[in-house]
Design a protein around this ligand. Sequence first.
Ligand SMILES: Nc1ncnc2c1ncn2[C@@H]1O[C@H](COP(=O)(O)OP(=O)(O)OP(=O)(O)O)[C@@H](O)[C@H]1O
Ligand SMILES: [Mg+2]
Length: 330
Amino acid sequence: MNKETGKFPLLEVRGVKKYFPIKKGFFNKVVGQIKAVDDVSFELFSGECLGLVGESGSGKTTVGRTILRALKPTAGEVIFQINGKSYDLASIENQELRPLRRHMQMIFQDPYSSLNPRMTVAEIIGEPLLVNGMINNSEREIIICDLLEQVGLKTEHLRRYPHAFSGGQRQRIGIARALALKPKLIVADEPVSALDVSVQAQVLNLLQDLQSAFKLTYLFIAHDLSVVGHISDRIAVMYAGRLVELGPAREIMTKPNHPYTEALLEAVPMPDPKSKPDRQLLSGEVADPSNLPTGCVFHPRCPKVEERCRVDRPDLREISPGNFSRCHLS
Ligand SMILES: Nc1ncnc2c1ncn2[C@@H]1O[C@H](COP(=O)(O)OP(=O)(O)OP(=O)(O)O)[C@@H](O)[C@H]1O
Ligand SMILES: [Mg+2]
């Protein structure tokens, strides 16, 4: 249970790993592993929005896909609590997983490729209902019209195809589709990254409104800390397949503990660049998940690096109640 809010976890992710084999040669011999997600643990409390942030390649999408069992984890447990029962999504058989799928949905980054161009809006939003056995056309149409209105579209849009919409409108269609089966958990993978800045704010506000209207729990993935800070209750920061910091959003955004989070915050665009004259922007490349550095995996890029950081790998430690950091210096 969360001591601050008294809420229970909808999802408990424990020690999840996802390794992809690197194969070479005629016999497809496995010559190494890409450690895309390496020992990630966190809880997702019912009704909260947990932001997951990190640079490109840090493993955010792989975390999202693994906890929804779009990918089978290499190790770990993903405990999902629903209707008074708990299930380990990591190990459950496909047959048992199928009826649980409706409770967890994903919203994708690219509203252009995630919608079938040959289906009308009514068909796109209605498909999950149809697949789940709602065959009565008029009943389905009522629900589709209702969803369309909830996401800010009009019923006259029903017979149109995706190409006839703007990026922001398409993302609204994707959101309506994700909501059709009244899920509990939504993994939103960079839902606004492909949109114009002005449209980003509208879609973020819509996601927030829908969260309270539908009592949703979000795992909200983004590479931009300012977007995540806007919508999240707590924030998890990821680097090279691991969580490096986790804590309440207001604390992560104002007094982060990990040098990597500090660097991400420095990278957030400022209206007046002169207000922060001594900005230290991150240099170097994200660590290669198939060939990780020794010691702290962030040490080659860390401005505060010390000798022990090159040798000892730090654990994720609770440094104050609810605040976790993976740094020797925290
Ligand atoms: N199916 C796959 N096979 C092999 N490697 C993969 C696969 N999927 C992801 N990876 C690797 O795992 C690492 C993490 O990828 P992932 O897509 O999860 O990162 P991300 O944080 O979502 O990045 P982005 O911000 O660019 O979306 C990358 O090094 C990527 O190349
Ligand atoms: Mg991604």
